[in-house]
Write a protein that binds this ligand. Structure first.
Ligand code: KG4
Ligand code: ZN
Length: 331
């Protein structure tokens, strides 16, 4: 079964062709990062316009690369939320129009479900059940994956998403956007010399909070500046990153233990973080669990993961009649 998938929820215009939900025939990603860099973050209206400009070219390239004609496609899909409303509408309109034109089913996909499904592409044998940790620029969810696209939500962030905390801290350090990869790189040269808070780590639930940590970093930087003391950026990055790692580890492994699940699946842009990957692997060795995370290219936004989610959604019979763009779509 060939799925044509479109992703346009934020600052990547991406189109992919997938075979049976796990095999990528093409996955073209046109990123707008360079455009938004100068503003220090994504400007919604600019993003929408760039999606409009890019979508046809990216679509053609995806079909050409896959060597597939539109009339060979079995399912058309696009991200319906969450994301920026104008950006979502571009991909969703394109997808629905194509589906109508070739008279094939249309599957609207929840972007967050897509992030989890990136792992089905990277690991051909991965099967539910497992614990899923979704860590991206906009979302932080701890879930139990009971079936391919059947999730039970156990915890979420009460304020900032993990990636948002990375991006905001990077910005306050003057590092640029997106901040996650830059902090990841600098932290490798740093030492954990500053004790930042591990917010909610001891609380008897699976929720997270990162805005307090972000504020603690800002306060630290301000106080150093006021006293005219040197700021070792690498150490700030390392100390901040370790605080994030500790809470993610603690809550995720606790859920795996409670549900007696031996597989832990990471996904979302922040799962590209080298220290998070390393820390999860280390802890997994001790607790006899298995860790999965997607290939780097499938961690951040891409249409292949949307295609995988569409395939499993279609197979599970959960296709919805209405597919409106929903910026606040949850899990
Ligand atoms: O999944 P994604 O592409 O977009 C959303 O759906 O939000 O995630 C983007 C986020 C950004 O916040 C970016 O800073 C973060 O992923 N990110 C990283 C790394 N690579 C990307 N964060 C930490 N370490 C990384 N290596
Ligand atoms: Zn995403």
């Amino acid at each position: 079964m060939k799925v044509l998938a479109i992703e346009s929820s934020c600052d990547e215009t991406s189109v992919a062709v997938l075979e049976d939900g796990r095999e990528i025939l093409s996955n073209i990603i046109a990123t707008q990062i360079e455009t938004h860099k100068k503003f220090g973050g994504v400007v919604p209206e600019v993003a929408s316009r760039q999606h409009v400009e890019a979508i046809n070219t990216v679509l053609k390239e995806a079909l050409d690369t896959a060597g597939v004609r539109l009339d060979e496609i079995d399912i058309v899909s696009a991200t319906k939320g969450p994301g920026l409303i104008g950006a979502l509408l571009v991909g969703l309109s394109a997808g629905k129009t194509i589906a109508m034109a070739i008279d094939k089913p249309f599957v609207g996909v929840n972007h967050i479900v897509g992030h989890v499904c990136a792992n089905y592409i990277s690991f051909k044998d991965l099967e539910p059940p497992f614990v899923g940790l979704i860590i991206s620029g906009g979302h932080t969810y701890l879930i139990e994956v009971k079936d391919y696209v059947d999730f039970t939500l156990h915890g979420r962030t009460q304020d900032d998403a993990v990636g948002e905390a990375f991006d905001k801290v990077a910005r306050s350090l003057g590092l640029g956007y997106p901040g996650g990869p830059l902090i990841d790189k600098l932290a490798k040269k740093g030492k954990e010399t500053i004790e930042f808070p591990r917010v909610m780590i001891k609380e008897n639930n699976y929720d997270f909070s990162f805005s307090g940590l972000k504020t603690a970093v800002l306060n630290y930087l301000n106080s150093k500046k006021q006293k005219n003391e040197e700021i070792i950026v690498e150490d700030v990055c390392k100390s901040f990153q370790e605080a994030i790692v500790d809470v993610l580890l603690e809550k995720t492994f606790r859920l795996a233990e409670e549900k007696n699940l031996d597989k832990i699946v990471l996904c979302g842009g922040v799962s590209a973080n080298s220290r998070i990957r390393e820390a999860f692997l280390e802890r997994a060795k001790i607790e006899d669990k298995k860790i999965y995370y997607p290939d780097i290219k499938l961690c951040t936004d891409n249409a292949a993961m949307i295609g995988s989610a569409a395939f499993y959604t279609y197979k599970s019979g959960k296709v919805e009649e209405e597919n409106f763009a929903n910026p606040n779509l949850g899990l």
